[in-house]
Design a protein around this ligand. Structure first.
Ligand SMILES: O=C(O)c1cc(C(=O)O)c2c(n1)C(=O)C(=O)c1cc(C(=O)O)[nH]c1-2
Length: 279
């Protein structure tokens, strides 16, 4: 049993004598130590080190929550994020297809229903509700659904998520969904901030987020139980932490792309959404 590895306690260059000039990540620390963390310590590492890298800290989200984005910038966010939303049930179907366990599949398929709709409470599903959000921001839904006007980096990041769950172990595929541990925090900040700071945004426009507040904790708890059970060697534990980091990178890269294109320096890739297109 070892204590959780956090961004605050992993060894610095000076302490380790590492000549490369970079700190070891918590995943490298686990691999290097070669000692199995307890399930509780692994969970703590995932929660702490994952949250440190979560997109909640990205300047684009900070601007959004501060009420400092223009309507056009909000539109760009919704349009690009649609690509991620639309890919989620596809990546979950890939994960389903990789499991031999009916019990796992029964639990995991709820995620597909949440996004595609069709299940009792969630008749419409998250994708439709995301389109409602885009429409509420003044976008044409056909344009959003075409995905043609998303930034190149958005498409690459979304494809990276699909590739990750297709090519990795099932453990890594499941661990990559663990950013959902933190999404209720992001949503809990975002929704009241948007309602308070953007007068054209209504509760109806933000209907997407409400069911996520109970769906995400249900999904994250299931995934966390599996990851802590399946990661029964130090290498597998490190793989799980790296999977979560890779997913944080995907979310971060999408916001980097938005920031570069629509905030600073404002270089919009050829063919991508231009605010004037929406006027
Ligand atoms: O609003 C957010 O910040 C946010 C973040 C994430 C996430 O952390 O991946 C998801 C969602 N929302 C979300 O709505 C969602 O359905 C979702 C599914 C997944 C996933 O990886 O399976 N992440 C997220």
């Amino acid at each position: 049993m070892t204590e959780a590895v956090t961004a605050r306690n992993f060894h610095s260059v000076a302490e380790t004598g590492n000549q490369s000039g970079v700190e070891l990540s918590p995943a490298d620390e686990i691999r290097k130590a070669g000692r199995l963390l307890s399930p509780a310590a692994l969970e703590q590492t995932l929660r702490t080190a994952g949250f440190d890298r979560y997109h909640i800290h990205h300047p684009f989200h900070k601007l959004m929550n501060a009420g400092e984005l223009t309507r056009a910038q909000m539109q760009a966010w919704a349009l690009n994020r649609y690509c991620y939303q639309a890919a989620i049930p596809k990546k979950d179907a890939i994960i389903l297809s990789r499991s031999e366990d009916p019990e796992f599949r029964r639990e995991w398929r709820k995620r597909i229903v949440d996004h595609d709709g069709g299940g009792g409470e969630e008749k419409d599903g998250g994708i439709k509700r995301w389109l409602k959000l885009a429409e509420g921001l003044g976008l044409d839904t056909g344009m959003v659904m075409s995905r043609k006007y998303a930034l190149p980096a958005t498409r690459f990041a979304v494809q990276a998520y699909i590739d990750l769950v297709s090519r990795s172990s099932l453990l890594v595929a499941v661990a990559s969904s663990l950013t959902e541990l933190f999404s209720p925090v992001a949503i809990g900040e975002r929704v009241p901030a948007m309602l308070a700071r953007y007068d054209y945004i209504t509760e109806d426009t933000l209907a997407y987020f409400k069911p996520r507040l109970h769906q995400a904790p249900r999904d994250a708890e299931h995934a966390l139980d599996l990851v802590t059970l399946w990661a029964d060697t130090p290498d597998k534990q490190a793989d799980a932490v790296e999977a979560l980091f890779a997913k944080c990178d995907i979310l971060w890269a999408m916001l980097d792309a938005l920031h570069f294109a629509y905030v600073n320096p404002g270089m919009i890739a050829p063919g991508a959404f231009r605010p004037a297109d929406a006027e």
